[in-house]
Design a protein around this ligand. Structure first.
Ligand code: GTP
Ligand code: MG
Length: 171
């Protein structure tokens, strides 16, 4: 059959936002992990959609590892940025990391798609994806296609919608 196009996706966001849980849900169930632990450094995961073969760099969001993120900007074809919608206290930290990412020399001139997951929408205190989008000032992103999806990574809700969007916007 046809070979699927290979794409690199970089998964970013603060620690505890749900990056690894999301990636684990997207993997074939026979390769999915039973238990998710905080990521040390990063993990590389692979899965396929209908037309693409994804290699995902699932980065640690812990502050001591965030300096690793930029080393993978150049080779990325798309970004998944995960936000814990219930973590109001750290929304400003998430915005700072997003702004630092967007202004990086390897990213600012690149028109790669950025998919945001407003994750943990199942939690009682969770902000809506519209509110998360406002707090992160996503409307200011003019030079890249971006999209935000509400998600519940534990149940897998909202993930396919996001992946479909990403697949349609990767060049
Ligand atoms: P680091 O690897 O430390 O950067 O964290 P991470 O972003 O990979 O987060 P991880 O996937 O390890 O999830 C952190 C915790 O949040 C785990 O206990 C998950 O079970 C939980 N979690 C992830 N997604 C959701 C969600 O949608 N809803 C709820 N309620 N909990 C979630
Ligand atoms: Mg992780």
């Amino acid at each position: 059959g046809l070979r699927k196009k290979e794409v690199n996706v970089l998964c970013l966001g603060l620690d505890n936002s749900g990056k690894t849980t999301i990636i684990n849900q997207l993997k074939p169930s026979n390769t999915a992990a039973q238990e998710i632990v905080p990521t040390i450094g990063f993990n590389i995961e692979k899965f396929k959609s209908s037309s693409l073969s994804f290699t995902v760099f699932d980065m640690s969001g812990q502050s001591r590892y965030r300096s690793l993120w930029e080393h993978y900007y150049k080779e990325s074809n798309a970004i998944i940025f995960v936000i814990d919608s219930s973590d109001k206290l750290r929304m400003v930290v998430a915005k700072e990391e997003l702004d630092t990412f967007l202004s990086h020399e390897d990213i600012c001139n690149k028109k790669i798609p950025v998919l945001f997951f407003a994750n943990k929408t199942d939690l009682r205190d969770a902000l809506s994806s519209v509110k998360v989008s406002q707090m992160l000032c996503l409307e200011n992103i003019k030079d890249k296609p971006w999209h935000i999806c509400a998600s519940n990574a534990i149940k897998g809700e909202g993930l396919q919608e996001g992946l479909d969007w990403l697949q349609d916007h990767i060049k």
